[in-house]
Design a protein around this ligand. Structure first.
Ligand SMILES: [Cu+2]
Length: 200
């Protein structure tokens, strides 16, 4: 426990730790997630995604989020941001800044349970992830739309809701598999639900 406490000093429970390309991290991460995009055929909206999209970690583990592609962040589905609660009860409203290519962000997950996260700029396009810390438990283990929150709280919507509802992203499946990659998720669950303006 002593070691975990020391690690947490550099990583804020709300703001994490942001680093740039040429900066070595304050602690060695236990896991790495990449924030990526890839073009779609025939649709001018790329796929934006976390890789892996689902990840099982131990309580107290630190995850490093890398940005090989620009303009993403890591943002909790938390009532503090106006969303329904899809993180454990004692988790603060954590988020990274919006980052540029080559930046990274680190966060230590101290609470047991499901942590649903998104990239705020690309949430509506389905850029969401699920970090299962320890067990598949807590508010985030509820089906999308059934997590607690006030009257104004927004659940994940559009492609974000589809991805988080895909069978591969079932919290217990993430525990059983260890990690779920973007390619494990059905194409149907990645379909864009916002359509670009058609040119004449
Ligand atoms: Cu993004």
């Amino acid at each position: 426990m002593q070691e975990t406490t020391q690690q947490n000093d550099a990583i804020d429970s709300r703001f994490g730790y942001t680093g740039t390309d040429d900066e070595s991290p304050p602690v060695e991460p236990d896991h790495t997630v990449n924030l990526l995009l890839q073009p779609r055929e025939n649709i001018p909206i790329p796929e934006f995604y976390f890789e892996p999209t689902g990840l099982h970690i131990d309580v107290g583990d630190t995850v490093r989020f890398n940005l090989p592609t620009p303009h993403h962040n890591v943002n909790a589905y938390h009532p503090g941001f106006g969303f329904s609660q899809r993180v454990p009860d004692d988790v603060p409203p954590f988020s990274s800044p919006v980052l540029t290519q080559g930046d990274y962000w680190m966060y230590t997950f101290d609470q047991e349970g499901v942590h649903d996260i998104m990239c705020a700029p690309h949430e509506v396009f389905g850029m969401v992830g699920r970090i299962v810390v320890g067990s598949a438990s807590g508010p985030g283990s509820n089906p999308v739309g059934e997590a607690p929150g006030g009257d104004q709280a927004r659940p994940p919507e559009f492609t974000a809701a589809l991805v988080l509802t895909d069978p591969a992203m079932n919290p217990q499946n993430i525990v059983d598999q260890g990690s779920v990659t973007w390619s494990d998720i059905a194409a149907e669950s990645k379909r864009p639900m916002l359509t670009p303006v058609q040119e004449e």
